[in-house]
Structure formats: structure tokens, C-alpha cells
Ligand binder design. Structure first.
Ligand code: ADE
Length: 277
């Protein structure tokens, strides 16, 4: 089945953008995934095609109108199977590889991209959008964030990456950063490759790579290391969709926001329930 991304945006021409190139582009042409973009401005109802207005309560900037955004979302929802609907915002839950894996296990995504000061919060609540951030920095809009999120998803779809890039041994696959890589020449500018990699001893190579992955994770990302070390005891992040709840190999310390309606009520903007037409 084709994994389907529908992007709701003021800049539809930004898609597929870089995702039309390389392996993602090949996958797109082979039908492994599909993308359609819905131009929010096309759903404005006045003759100036207004999509935003000044914020209630005053302050700088403009806010995207809930009625116009909702109409665009409705069109995206109607264009495919029932899928989780996300709103890209720096206020969202920070994307990680577990969330990506969960999104890929489903039929696709609907991605709402904000501009200006963002979208009227009522449409986020009314549509049960899962608010997602790609990191603790502010972009000019949700579009580059949507491209990043889609890239992370699409490369995991069956038939998109070659066998050489199977994704099994890569950073974050096992909660660890990946070990370093080397190729020819074995000696470059007086720098030698770690001898074990030239030994032909597969078990020793595997042991060295594992030790390096652990060392690098410990040194660079104490947060990931702590989570990895305590994996079987107290993981930190709640599930975001039912796929993740069903598939998770560890007991959540934070509530699952889809399986339990009470938890969902406690986190209304994070429920990530699939959007129904
Ligand atoms: N829009 C602006 N900044 C963003 C971020 N960091 N993540 C997701 N969407 C955004």
C-alpha cells in the first residue's frame, strides 16, 4: 500500500522539494509513497483570500484563521485513508525515532504547517492535532519541519532504502548513536584505521562497534545514555499513537495518550488520534 502524506500549507510549491531527489524521489516515482499539498489560501472565502488576522489580546504578528485552516484540513482528510494529523510547531512534542517508526507503521500522515505566529488554537483542539516540533529552535514556518519529518519517515518505508542502508544499525535505531565509519585508504594523512576493523574477525568488529556506540552516546548524549541504560525500567516518553502503544517493548512511565481516554483528556493537544473525515 502507498504511504500517503497530505500537507496543508500556504506554500504548496515547497513540496515534494528535496524529497523528489535521491532515494526518497525514487520511492515517490515507484509509488512507495505519495504526497499531495493543499493550499490553505484556496480555502479563504473573501475576495482578498485572507488567511490570517490580528491576535485577540493584542501583540505582534498575525494568527492563521481557524475557519480557513479547518476547511483546508477537511479537504486533506477527505483525500486519503484515516491518518494521524500533525501540526508542526516549536511548541510540540520533540520528534524522535520512536515516533517516526510509529508514523511509518500507519497509512500516512496529514501535516499542517503554520506560518506567522501560528494557527488559532481552537482548530488544533477541534481536530485533535498532535503538535510536533523537530527541535528546540524556531523556523520561519512548519514547511521545512514537515520536510524533515517526512524525510525521516519515507526512508524507513519498505523498498525506499537499498539493502546497504537497511537502517538496522544506525544512530537511534537501538537508542544509541552509531559507531564511526572508515573506508580506504587504510592510512590517510598519517591517520590509521582502528586495527580491529582490518582484522577480518567479525565478532571482534561487532564488539568494537558496540563499545564505540556506547562510548559516543555516553559522552555526547547523556540523556540518551540514561534512557538506554534504564530502558527496562522507566522510559520517559508517552506513546503518540495506537501503533506505538501496541508495539512498544517497554512500560511507559508517562501515559499513553491514545489508549486511555482519561490520559487523552489530560493532554488534549497531544492525542494524535487519526483524523476522520
Ligand atoms: N515551526 C517553526 N519552528 C518549528 C520547529 N522547530 N518544529 C516544528 N515546526 C516549527
Amino acid at each position: 500500500m502507498t504511504w500517503q502524506a497530505s500537507v496543508v500549507t500556504l506554500f504548496p510549491e515547497m513540496f515534494p522539494g528535496p524529497l523528489g531527489q535521491s532515494l526518497a524521489g525514487k520511492g515517490l516515482r515507484k509509488g512507495r509513497w505519495a504526497i499531495d499539498a493543499f493550499d490553505i489560501r484556496g480555502f479563504a472565502t473573501d475576495r482578498h483570500r485572507t488567511v490570517d488576522d490580528t491576535p485577540f489580546g493584542g501583540g505582534a504578528g498575525m494568527v492563521m484563521r481557524p475557519d480557513v485552516v479547518d476547511a483546508a484540513l477537511a479537504a486533506a482528510i477527505a483525500a486519503g485513508p484515516e491518518r494521524p494529523a500533525l501540526y508542526l510547531t516549536p511548541r510540540g512534542r520533540v520528534l524522535d525515532q520512536a515516533m517516526v517508526r510509529d508514523f511509518v507503521a500507519g497509512p500516512g500522515l496529514i501535516l499542517l504547517c503554520g506560518r506567522y505566529e501560528g494557527v488559532d488554537q481552537r482548530v488544533v483542539e477541534a481536530r485533535g492535532l498532535l503538535e510536533v516540533s523537530i527541535g528546540d529552535y524556531v523556523l520561519s514556518g512548519g514547511e521545512p519541519a514537515a520536510l524533515v519529518l517526512l524525510d525521516a519517515c519515507v526512508r524507513l518505508l519498505p523498498g525506499v532504502m537499498g539493502a546497504a542502508e537497511s537502517g538496522v544499525e544506525e544512530s537511534h535505531a537501538d537508542g544509541l548513536l552509531e559507531y564511526p565509519h572508515y573506508t580506504r585508504p587504510a592510512d590517510w594523512q598519517g591517520r590509521a584505521v582502528p586495527p580491529v576493523l582490518l582484522s577480518g574477525h567479525h565478532a571482534e568488529v561487532a564488539k568494537w562497534r558496540r563499545a564505540e556506540a556506547e562510548r559516543i552516546t555516553r559522552e555526547r548524549r547523556p540523556d540518551l545514555w540514561a534512557r538506554h541504560a534504564g530502558r527496562d525500567r522507566a522510559p520517559s516518553a508517552p506513546c503518540v499513537t495506537e501503533n506505538q502503544c501496541a508495539g512498544r517493548d517497554r512500560a511507559p512511565s508517562a501515559p499513553c495518550v491514545t489508549a486511555n481516554p482519561q490520559d487523552a483528556a489530560a493532554a488534549p493537544a497531544m492525542d494524535g488520534r487519526p483524523a476522520a473525515a
